[in-house]
Design a binder for this molecule. Structure first.
Ligand code: HMG
Ligand code: MG
Length: 312
């Protein structure tokens, strides 16, 4: 049964992060052919923005060391966007050499995570991004900025909203087009999310430039998404099957599952363009490749009765 709620958008753009955030934490290297098939199947399910990989140091994220090979085999279509993570000028050169047109830099609201994830202080990481954003824009690329640890940090605890807003403004002042709010360890709750978005809007970063990126560690991702939609955000990050986590953030588990998001949005009559059956089949297939069941409740619920595993 579909029933709308007042104050929500008519459509939502899903920014699929499964191939990047979903796979980056996997210890066993997934063959590049499987990664390519994953992206192709996600596109077939109707996803149009698919974050495919990262041009980071291969020693830091060995799973994504095949970024060049993957981009080389992916089908290019004018309606498909394949953003990639880029931390520095070396990463940008690699991305440009491989025909990338959309990138994301990724900053942190906290010093500890900046150090662990980028080997830099917050100031140093913003200084590292500045020439990346400048050159990317000069080359006509679209640039997203992530800010991580927007609700809490495993080493520093609660992260004050003013601290998030300060880093967010500095990232956007570099010239980024979109800011994705990363609740990296999934500790946020809807009231806090609402207050954070309000503070960002007050600081001049409107909801048309915001996206939300919730990890589902504490089961709050959907509730937080609804709060963000009510606040005016219309771009939501999600990972097919709910796979994922950050290798440099203790306790980070998978992102909001794309299926769980689509189920809620379908029920609210909000258009996404995603075919849930096709997407669920894709996540079940990937769960089989990874050798463990999808953590998504919707994938499990829609699985044939082969047991609760969600594995074929
Ligand atoms: P560093 O060790 O300080 O690097 O790492 P460096 O600048 O000192 O360079 C050392 C060597 O690495 C040099 O080579 C560079 O050329 C090379 P050498 O001269 O010694 O032969 N190098 C590279 N090689 C290939 N590609 C590159 C590159 N850069 C340097 N791009 C660095 C600094 C930023 C590179 C490192 O810390 C890194 O790669 N970090 C990435 C960590 C990462 O990917 N984390 C996961 C993504 S973030 C996330 O998941 C959160 C998010 O989902 C949002 C949320 O949930 O909150 C986005
Ligand atoms: Mg993430």
């Amino acid at each position: 049964m579909r029933a709308p709620l007042d104050g929500l958008p008519e459509s939502v753009t899903i920014y699929e992060v499964g191939p990047r955030d979903g796979l980056q934490n996997e210890k066993a290297i997934v063959p590049v052919a499987d990664k390519a098939e994953f992206v192709v199947r996600l596109a077939r399910a109707g996803l149009r923005t698919i974050e495919t990989t990262s041009f980071v140091h291969p020693k830091w994220v060995p799973q994504l060391a095949d970024a060049e090979e993957l981009l080389d085999v992916l089908p290019r279509r004018p309606d498909l966007r394949y953003p990639v993570l880029v931390p520095n000028e070396r990463g940008l050169s690699r991305a440009l050499d491989n025909g990338v047109t959309e990138i994301a830099v990724f900053g942190s609201a906290t010093e500890t995570f900046a150090r662990r994830n980028l080997n830099r202080t917050v100031d140093e990481s913003i200084a590292m991004f500045a020439p990346v954003v400048e050159r990317a824009r000069a080359e006509g690329l679209w640039v997203r900025a992530y800010v991580s640890m927007v609700c809490g940090d495993p080493w520093e605890g609660d992260v004050p909203i003013a601290q998030v807003v300060s880093v967010a403004k500095r990232l956007m002042d570099l010239g980024c087009s979109q800011l994705s709010l990363g609740d990296t360890i999934g500790v946020g709750t809807p009231g806090h999310v609402t207050a954070l978005i309000g503070a960002l809007v007050d600081a001049g970063i409107g909801t048309d430039r915001l996206a939300v990126h919730f990890h589902d560690t504490y089961g709050q991702a959907l509730a937080n998404t609804l709060a963000a939609l009510r606040a005016g955000v219309t771009t939501v990050d999600a990972s097919a099957g709910g796979i994922g986590g950050c290798p440099y953030a203790e306790s980070a588990t998978g992102n909001l599952a794309t299926e769980d998001l689509v189920w809620m949005l379908d029920g609210l009559g909000i258009a996404t363009g995603v075919d849930l059956a096709e997407l669920t089949a894709t996540s079940r297939w990937m769960a089989g490749r990874l050798g463990r069941p999808s953590p998504s409740r919707v994938v499990q619920a829609l699985s044939p009765v082969t047991g609760p595993s969600g594995l074929d």
